[in-house]
Design a protein. Structure first.
Length: 394
């Protein structure tokens, strides 16, 4: 990967150091151009008209759908556009035909978006079994052996923790699910942007992720499902094959779940983002992240007063690293990093309050997250600034 060429596509990298890609990534010129090309040159609704703009827009929308499906090996199955990961998970949680006594297995590592929808199912008699990570934030696959039973309908887990960056061994977990006839939903919000993903290889039943964390426009996300079991959240224009005053037949493909006009330019932009990532290669994106992560973790472990939760856990990692500076609130550290060195990081509980409670981190953490435009020099400046902050406190 040619770092200079990549960074030229993200002009803001000249002005500041962006280490908050786990919240929302930067977006390259090519994606911005694809979105504005739609708006300026062929803006029309899709699947509804026969005039030439409508035909072009529909084709580009379908091409984007195909590109995204192929990016995750999801040609078999259904790839649905949503507005984010939260909506994708919500479609499954509210759309499966739950019965009282069904069981869902999840973990205390989850982002609220992959926890609250399952907790809400308790109101209709679904039992939610929550696996607790150990003190390093690691969830051993053996815990799934114990938790998943023949009564488990669904296992819903994150692939990569948005706090610790740890990757869970999902293929192993998929095997355990299928031994018991349980379906597996993967929250891929953090993993899909960073590592090669193939739903067939993993053996999951649902994969949910967000476009805005992988160079795409905001308001874009994906739900991939092996079988169209969930009921759609919304139905209306575009959802059906036929309708009369007596009833309707829902479309036999993704349109069933995309009632109403979708964010057309967003999907086209996400299709372009996926092409951009493919042109670099996801193995290369992951290799780059791994190298930066090692550099950052090595550096952080050498700074007095800096504590890195989960440092010892055995999982592979993506470029998402949490840390604390003793004696300073994470929000203050984040402010100082911005003021002193123009470094943008996230601070707080990262929408993982139960995990923060479990790891005894009441004030949360500072989180630095890397991506393909991050450089060694940026990591080194972060480390130097943290050393200075540490000195200020002592
Ligand atoms: C692991 C994980 N799951 C779910 C989400 C929710 O994503 P969105 O806000 O795009 O719905 C996030 C967002 O940070 C995340 O990191």
């Amino acid at each position: 990967m040619n770092s200079d060429l990549v960074r030229a596509d993200f002009p803001i990298t000249d002005e500041l150091i962006y280490l908050d890609s786990a919240a929302i990534s930067l977006t390259p010129r090519q994606v911005v151009d694809a979105v504005s090309e739609y708006d300026l040159r062929y803006r029309a609704n899709i699947g509804r008209g026969v005039h030439r703009l409508s035909v072009v827009a529909t084709q580009r929308y379908l091409d984007a759908h195909d590109a995204i499906a192929s990016f995750i090996g999801g040609g078999v199955g259904t790839t649905v556009m949503t507005k984010n990961t939260t909506e994708a998970i919500g479609i499954v949680a509210s759309g499966l035909p739950w019965k009282k006594g069904d069981r869902v297995v999840t973990t205390a590592l989850e982002h609220h978006s992959n926890l609250l929808p399952w907790l809400r199912l308790r109101e209709i008699g679904v039992i939610v079994d929550i696996i607790m990570p150990d003190e390093s934030g690691w969830v051993n696959p053996a815990a799934f052996e114990a938790a998943v039973t023949d009564e488990t309908r669904l296992v819903a887990i994150t692939h990569a923790s948005n706090v610790l960056g740890t990757l869970l061994p999902i293929s192993e977990i998929a095997g355990i699910c299928h031994d018991h006839g349980a379906e597996l939903l993967i929250d891929g919000a953090q993993s899909v942007p960073h590592i090669p993903m193939d739903v067939q290889e993993i053996g999951c039943d649902y994969l949910c992720f967000s476009g805005h964390k992988m160079l795409g426009p905001t308001g874009t996300g994906i739900l991939w499902m092996r079988e169209m079991i969930p009921e759609p959240l919304l139905i209306g224009g575009g959802s059906i094959d036929t309708s009369s005053l007596d009833g309707y037949t829902l479309a036999g493909d993704y349109r069933r779940y995309e009632g109403g006009t979708p964010p057309i330019s967003g999907m086209i932009g996400l299709g372009r983002a996926v092409k951009y990532l493919e042109s670099i290669g996801m193995k290369e994106v992951h290799r780059h992240d791994e190298q930066l992560t090692r550099r950052l973790l090595d550096g952080l472990s050498g700074i007095d007063g800096v504590v890195v939760p989960g440092l010892d856990n055995p999982g592979d990692r993506i470029g998402v690293i949490s840390f604390m500076v003793e004696g300073i609130h994470p929000h203050d550290v984040a402010h100082i990093l911005d003021e002193a060195s123009g470094i943008m990081v996230r601070s707080g509980d990262h929408c993982c309050k139960p995990l923060m409670g479990h790891l005894n981190l009441p004030e949360g953490t500072v989180r630095a997250s890397t991506y393909l435009y991050t450089t060694d020099e940026e990591i080194d400046l972060l480390l130097r600034t943290l050393e200075e902050i540490g000195r200020m406190v002592r």
